[in-house]
Design a binder for this molecule. Structure first.
Ligand code: S3P
Length: 176
C-alpha cells in the first residue's frame, strides 16, 4: 500500500503524513526533504540560485525514483508536485492520493512569514496564495480523497483517511 499526500503549502502534509505512517505501520518520506538531500541545499537556495525550473526537475526525479523503487510508503509531496500532469498521473497509479485542503486564512497563518517558501515570499502573500490555488485547483481535485484541515485537527484528519482506506472502494475517483 502507498499513500500520497498532496495539497497546497500549509495544509499539514508533513505532520499528518508522519503520524499517518506511524498509525499504519508504513514508512514515511517527504519529497521536499529528498530534494534538499539530493541537491545538498535548502529549497530556498535551489530557487534562489537555480530557479523554479531546476527545482521542479529535481522534484520530478525524486518522485520518479520513489515510484520505481519504493513500496509501503506514506509520501508527502511539495505543494506544486501534482501540478505536473505526468507526475500526477504516475502518483495516482502508484498509490492512493489524498489531498489536504485549507482555507486561505488558515494557510496564511500556518506559513507565517513564508521565508522558507519561495513561492510565497512576495509583498502580498494572500494574492500569491489565491492565484496559485486557483491555478492548481483542478490538479488538487484529481485525487481519491480530499480532507479539509482548517477545521479538523491532525487526529481527525488521520481518522478520516484511515476510514476511507478501510472502506470498500469500487474504483478510484474523487471523494469529497
Ligand atoms: C511548493 C511547496 C513547498 C516546496 C516548494 C514549492 C509549491 O512544499 O515544495 O517551496 O510549489 O507549492 P510544501 O507544500 O511542503 O510547503
Amino acid at each position: 500500500m502507498n499513500i500520497v499526500l498532496t495539497g497546497f503549502m500549509g495544509t499539514g502534509k508533513s505532520s499528518v503524513g508522519r503520524r499517518l505512517a506511524e498509525r499504519l505501520g508504513l514508512k514515511y518520506a517527504d519529497t521536499d526533504d529528498l530534494v534538499e538531500a539530493r541537491a545538498g541545499m535548502t529549497i530556498k537556495d535551489i530557487f534562489g540560485r537555480f530557479g523554479e525550473t531546476r527545482f521542479r526537475r529535481l522534484e520530478k526525479e525524486v518522485i520518479d525514483g520513489i515510484i520505481s523503487s519504493s513500496d509501503g510508503l506514506v509520501l508527502s509531496t511539495g505543494g506544486g508536485a501534482v501540478a505536473d500532469d505526468s507526475t500526477r498521473r504516475s502518483l495516482r497509479s502508484w498509490g492512493t492520493v489524498v489531498c489536504l485542503t485549507a482555507d486561505v486564512e488558515t494557510i496564511l497563518k500556518r506559513v507565517g512569514s513564508g521565508d522558507e517558501r519561495p513561492l510565497l515570499d512576495g509583498a502580498d502573500k494572500r494574492e500569491e496564495a489565491e492565484a496559485l490555488l486557483k491555478k492548481r485547483e483542478a490538479a488538487y481535485r484529481d485525487s481519491d480523497l480530499m480532507v479539509d484541515t482548517s477545521k479538523n485537527g491532525a487526529e481527525e484528519v488521520i481518522e478520516k483517511i484511515v476510514r476511507f482506506l478501510s472502506s470498500p472502494r469500487p474504483g478510484k475517483g474523487g471523494s469529497p
